[in-house]
Ligand binder design. Structure first.
Ligand code: GDP
Length: 193
């Protein structure tokens, strides 16, 4: 039995993605910032955990964002041994500007911080680069390069196809992520033998 955790800012499409992947079993009808506790769903021998959305939440005080972050970090630390896989969901078209805005204030954006943290504690982490339906075909590759660079990965993004999965939860186009999840699960089963 092992656990996969899904993390991401509010509004990146994490709920939409979870619905596409696992049906309506995971958290639905949430309001950003209201739920501070992780939601769980068991899918055969997989424990799927939906962490509360972090980052900017309209109408929610800054402190609350820190609470969400602290709780997420605490949860990951407590359960690191059981958590075999992390999925960081990002809003691809918005991601480079968000990172640059924080950079200009000498701060690390919460997504990048979380990606680094997950990897630091030894959790294999996949980037679900969502909302790719909003991106023109001609800008597809350069956007993914920009995302890779801001995650501390070197371009071209194609070198990181085992980590970066461009998807559109809204369009139901999530095969890149499904492929990576399937690969990881397969590897783990083999390791268990
Ligand atoms: P969450 O707050 O991260 O759980 O995000 P939701 O799943 O509630 O989605 C937030 C908003 O983004 C909604 O308006 C969704 O319709 C929209 N959304 C989610 N996934 C996609 C996507 O792949 N493409 C586009 N264009 N919009 C999306």
């Amino acid at each position: 039995s092992f656990e996969i955790i899904f993390v991401g800012r509010s509004n990146v499409g994490k709920s939409s993605l979870l619905r596409e992947l696992f049906g309506a079993k995971v958290r639905v009808g949430k309001r950003p910032g209201v739920t501070l506790r992780p939601a769980h769903v068991q899918v055969s021998d997989l424990l799927i955990t939906d962490m509360p959305g972090f980052g900017f939440m309209s109408g929610v005080k800054d402190r609350k964002q820190d609470i969400v972050k602290d709780k997420t970090v605490h949860y990951i630390e407590e359960n690191a041994e059981r958590i075999k896989l992390g999925v960081l969901v990002i809003d691809s078209p918005a991601f480079p500007q968000i990172v640059d805005r924080w950079d200009s204030k000498d701060q690390i954006p919460i997504d990048v911080e979380m990606f680094d943290f997950l990897r630091e504690v030894g959790i294999d982490t996949i980037i679900a680069a969502n909302k790719m339906d909003k991106v023109k075909e001609s800008e597809y590759g350069s956007l993914l390069d920009e995302i890779a660079i801001r995650l501390g990965l070197e371009s071209p993004w194609q070198n990181w196809k085992h980590i970066i999965a461009p998807i559109s939860a809204k369009k139901g186009d999530i095969k890149a992520l499904k492929g990576l999840l399937r690969d990881r699960l397969h590897e783990m089963k083999r390791d268990d033998l």
